[in-house]
Design a protein around this ligand. Sequence first.
Ligand code: URA
Length: 296
Amino acid sequence: MPEHPLSERELEALLDFYQAAGIDRFLEERPVDRFTLLSASEAGHAGPRTAGGGGHVADRVAGEGQGAAPTPIRQADSLSIPATSSRESAVIPDGAAVQSARERARTATNLQELHKALSEFEGCNLRLTAKNLVFADGNPDARIMFVGEAPGREEDTQGKPFVGRSGRLLDLMLAAIGLDRSSAYIANVVPWRPPGNRTPTPQETELCKPFIMRQIELADPELLVFLGAASAKSLLGVQEGIRRLRGRWMEYGLNGRTIACMATYHPAYLLRSPLEKRASWRDFLSLKARLDTLVS
Ligand code: URA
């Protein structure tokens, strides 16, 4: 390993910092000067190889050296973080962006259209750092829908909600009351992973809210379960903490009608606080009892 001016401890601290900042995938083995790549792609030709680039740049330019027209480099490909075009830049969220989110969500007449509308929505900057849009998993015709807060790393990689550690716990909890992903529909308030798994900002949540509200409306479940305080608070507009909210049947208002809903602990919280699984189990028994009353 080449000598490095930083000590091992300093390097570890730097890695910790990168991880906290959301840089948690190191797929390239050698450094790549992305500023050079970007200006080269904007000038319409491939730029010079970066020091020690060893072909990384060339690998991404179709036909380079064979006389073929160079393909502009998408920043996303080589960074393997954002699945967006290099020209897509951050936007300052404002009332107009929220209005545009509402309009797009409102005009979607089914879940496929909503998925498309969300994937084309450029108002939320989280899409710039996320690898994938995490729209939903499970059965959209299910009688019960679960809504979490935002995807984590594993969800971002697979493009599906609740597939990491907390998702595995959720699957066990579902199985305990006779459900699985063919009998439940699962989504999040925020469909893009916030960098480093940070909490979504209130602005990000507001921008994404019209989409999840429409998703609930279009999926039209008979029971709605909020996983954790964040989704309950943002969708019910309440301020109470999850301890007070959980386990109570409430009503989620939707265009003049209501859906029976309940908040329960987020599986990630249960992983950290296993003693709370007892309360969660009571919530799930209550869900099952309610579901059984629906079965016609
Ligand atoms: N936590 C969430 O709130 N949603 C996911 O999809 C995964 C973890």
